[in-house]
Design a protein around this ligand. Structure first.
Ligand SMILES: Cc1cc2nc3c(=O)[nH]c(=O)nc-3n(C[C@H](O)[C@H](O)[C@H](O)COP(=O)(O)O)c2cc1C
Length: 164
């Protein structure tokens, strides 16, 4: 059972999370040939055996329902030069523009962002609902990385790079 939210606790939690740096990721899927994606910071590695990760997606997000059906999703970790993509995949008004350029697309797999800091193809093996979100667990099947390590970060409500 999910306990009632105490406003004092939720305010404190928000302040705590402002002090936690996250990478910024675009999670992608392909549904009957149609690409879909969302900006998400709620991504974490889960285990090395097997290599696996989890992402947390709000149930109001457009791709949420399809995430429950697809066999695979991709986690595209953004490079610090890709803040515009973070904004685009978080803005419903820009939905039509999201896959206009810079993506490797085929009908079989989720879209892979060219020049991403890392693209991690996952087989979706499980999901759990919790409150407003669902947790999707993926087992890693393929990885492409960009050699330089300069991820886009999100900290204290704004986009940063590791050296600012
Ligand atoms: C920096 C940042 C991080 C976000 N992280 C998440 C997240 O981890 N999970 C999530 O469901 N939504 C997250 N969002 C919100 C979604 O990106 C946003 O609601 C998006 O518009 C939903 O996709 P849709 O417009 O296709 O429905 C984040 C937004 C921003 C700007």
């Amino acid at each position: 059972m999910i306990p009632q939210t105490d406003p004092h606790i939720s305010g404190g939690f928000k302040q705590a999370m402002r002090r936690v740096a996250s990478t910024v990721n675009v999670i992608t899927i392909c549904v009957r040939g149609e690409p879909m994606g969302i900006t998400a910071t709620a991504m974490s590695s889960l285990a090395m055996d097997p290599p696996s990760l989890l992402v947390c997606i709000n149930r109001t997000a457009t791709l949420h329902a399809s995430m429950e059906d697809v066999s695979h999703f991709s986690v595209n970790v953004l490079h610090r030069d890709q803040e515009y993509l973070a904004q685009m995949f978080a803005d419903r008004n820009q939905r039509a523009l999201r896959f206009a350029s810079g993506w490797h697309m085929d009908c079989e797999r989720p879209p892979r962002l060219l020049d991403a800091q890392a693209s991690i193809l996952c087989r979706r093996i499980d999901h759990h609902q919790f409150g407003t979100h669902s947790i999707f667990i993926g087992v890693v099947e393929d990885v492409v990385v960009r050699p330089d390590i300069q991820p886009l970060l999100y900290l204290d409500g704004s986009y940063r790079s590791a050296d600012t």
